[in-house]
Write a protein that binds this ligand. Structure first.
Ligand SMILES: C[S@@+](CC[C@H](N)C(=O)[O-])C[C@H]1O[C@@H](n2cnc3c(N)ncnc32)[C@H](O)[C@@H]1O
Length: 202
């Protein structure tokens, strides 16, 4: 699977005729103060939004050292493949995936959610933000690009642009895999091109 504008391709090298560009959508991040313990953020590279949200409480893992080196926040950043997390069972109260699942094959998503479930404590919660990609049949594009403006609980603003090979996906795609691993849905919100899913490990 190719990443559209990560892994070396500069925006100037992209043929924008091949890209389905979605309009910017706003995401209001929840305060995480009420959650105790560390927060495991998977796919913590890119803009490192969860590191900016949770600071020193965040343990951010990413399989790409380069992606982690490009972020700058107070989180602990570790190069690690989330299909094989090097943490003991029941380590974390909270885990997050902010626009990371769209960069993984569905087989990898399955492995990662199984690992997240293992390292969460019973009653621990998983927050997922990701893209809804619906492609009208007449559209013939190779890639999609989602754009999000992020509002932090303290009023700070951020932005993220995430591009990948076209794949139809939505809230159901990930909800089904999570439920297969025994996660219970606590909350789900969908806009036109973005969704938020809050899950609990029973
Ligand atoms: C675009 S970033 C996610 C956005 C980021 N969370 C942010 O706040 O901007 C997607 C990341 O997922 C990482 N990734 C993909 N597969 C992974 C895996 N199996 N384990 C760990 N990280 C993975 C990629 O290296 C990439 O840095």
């Amino acid at each position: 699977m190719n990443e559209m504008n990560r892994g070396g391709r500069q925006p100037s090298e992209i043929n924008w005729d091949e890209v389905l560009v979605f309009p910017m959508e706003e995401i209001k991040l929840p305060p995480l103060e009420k959650r105790s313990g560390w927060i495991l953020d998977i796919g913590a590279g890119g803009e490192g939004i969860i590191g900016l949200l949770g600071g020193t409480r965040v343990v951010g893992v990413d399989k790409s050292r380069t992606e982690l080196e490009e972020t700058s926040d107070d989180s602990l950043r570790i190069v690690m493949d989330a299909r094989d997390l090097g943490f003991l069972d029941g380590t974390f109260e909270t885990a997050t995936l902010f626009y990371s699942l769209m960069y993984m094959s569905l087989e990898t998503v399955d492995n990662v959610l199984e690992e997240v479930k293992r390292v969460l404590k019973p009653g621990g919660e998983l927050y997922i933000w990701d893209a809804i990609v619906e492609v009208p049949p007449e559209v013939d594009k190779k890639y999609f690009l989602v754009q999000v403006s992020v509002v932090f609980p303290d009023g700070r603003l951020g932005e993220g642009r995430y591009g990948m090979d076209i794949r139809r996906q939505g809230i159901e795609t990930f909800k089904e895999i999570a439920q297969h691993h025994g996660f219970v849905v606590l909350n789900e919100e969908a806009k036109e091109h973005s969704f938020f899913l809050r899950l609990r490990k029973e």
